[in-house]
Design a protein around this ligand. Structure first.
Ligand SMILES: Cc1ncc(COP(=O)(O)O)c(C=O)c1O
Length: 377
């Protein structure tokens, strides 16, 4: 039986009939030994590249020593990671989760507790995850409708209207500084500054979802660093664990003490193995030489994409890039996989997204552009 014939897996994904067995850097290998150039990186997860040796060795060492003790005790990798994330960003406390959706659930609970009964503002086109709170913050009819009723109190507005929509009832504004799943839409820094001012005026929490745009993806460790706007809290996951499942809600000191014992929890979150992996991923990604390369190669990719046939518009920040094409995007993704062994994805019917490992080389960017040209030509 080929793996694609299984009826045992839930049918929640339209998977491609490819079985990957190993990877390193930007390259994945299938069961027949064929090599693929990966411009998707999980889905924006393997920022440090596939099986980065530092991540692998951190996981191996920690797994051989201690894997789990529950959150009733301290472990060194977890505490050191919390200290490191706090010191390197907002300066408050860190709640660990296992995924991006769970990090956003924590953020939603935090804001609701800080302003009891308060409401949330989210942006049109946002994606915050599939669990009920995160889904309620994800204003997309196709994703929400089958699962109604949702959690009450979420209103979606266009980012430009957000500042005016914040009021005394607003508990939190949840925003991706660069929207990922909607097709890489950076939110204007001016707009974010106005939302920051409105949140300050009304005492609402500004929460940035950096699940996809954090961990170096946009050319700074956190996307907010390039915008001149500091959130009250941010959520992380994806690239944080270097391929291992870990998420986090990081607060500033102002809302650090909202959560008290018993308010929230997770059996596995912040365990020693995933925390050790996150340390190794941070060692790789919190590096100015690498971040400068993300910015330079992002520009190279944007310029290269603009030269390709059937490409209408290109946008992005760092190595979070999308191209609107004058063609049906999903079949192009399939052809790229089958004909060029190039892994990309489509965020909509006419939009291709490129979120490669951040360790990609200039030669690999050029090779990817060459393979794309063959598909688009
Ligand atoms: C911005 C953003 N937030 C949250 C999520 C949900 O993360 P997870 O799939 O780990 O629950 C995603 C996933 O794509 C995302 O892009």
């Amino acid at each position: 039986m080929s793996l694609a014939e299984t009826t045992a897996l839930a049918a929640t994904y339209a998977r491609y009939p490819v079985e990957f067995v190993s990877g390193s850097g930007c390259v994945l290998r299938d069961a027949d030994g064929a090599e693929y150039l990966d411009l998707l990186a999980g889905v924006a997860v393997c920022n440090a590249g596939h099986c980065h040796p530092r991540v692998v060795s951190a996981v191996q060492d920690q797994a051989a020593r201690l894997m789990h003790v529950s959150n009733l005790f301290y472990t060194e990798p977890m505490v050191r990671l919390a200290e490191r994330l706090s010191a390197r960003s907002l300066g408050g406390r860190v709640f660990f989760s296992n995924s991006g959706a769970e990090a956003n659930e924590a953020a939603i609970k935090l804001a609701r507790k800080a302003r009891r009964g308060g409401d949330f503002l989210v942006a049109h086109g946002a994606f915050h995850g599939r669990t009920y709170g995160a889904l309620s913050a994800t204003p997309q009819e196709s994703k929400q409708a089958p699962f109604a009723p949702l959690v009450p109190g979420f209103t979606a507005v266009v980012p430009e209207a957000m500042a005016d929509a914040v009021g005394p009832q607003t508990a939190g504004v949840l925003l991706e500084p660069v929207q990922g799943e909607s097709g890489v839409h950076p939110i204007d820094a001016e707009v974010l500054r106005a939302v920051r001012a409105a949140c300050d005026e009304h005492g609402a929490l500004l929460i940035f979802d950096e699940v996809q745009c954090g961990m170096g993806r946009t050319g700074t460790l956190w996307a907010y660093e390039a915008l001149g706007v500091r959130p009250d809290a941010m959520t992380l996951a994806k690239g944080l664990g270097g391929g291992m499942p870990i998420g986090a809600l990081v607060t500033d000191p102002g809302c650090a003490d909202v959560f008290e014992p018993g308010d929230h929890g997770s059996t596995f979150a912040g365990g020693p193995v995933v925390s050790a992996a996150a340390h190794a991923a941070l060692d790789v990604l919190d590096d100015e030489t690498l971040l400068a390369s993300v910015r330079a190669l992002g520009e190279r990719m944007v310029e290269g994409l603009r030269e390709l046939p059937r490409v209408k518009t290109v946008r992005g920040r760092g190595l979070m890039v999308a191209a609107d094409v004058d063609a049906d995007a999903p079949p192009l993704v399939r052809r790229a996989l089958d004909e060029q062994r190039l892994i990309i994805n489509a965020t909509g019917p006419g939009t291709l997204r490129f979120v490669p490992p951040l360790v990609i080389s200039e030669a690999e960017v050029d090779e990817a552009l060459r393979r794309l040209a063959a598909i688009l030509g």
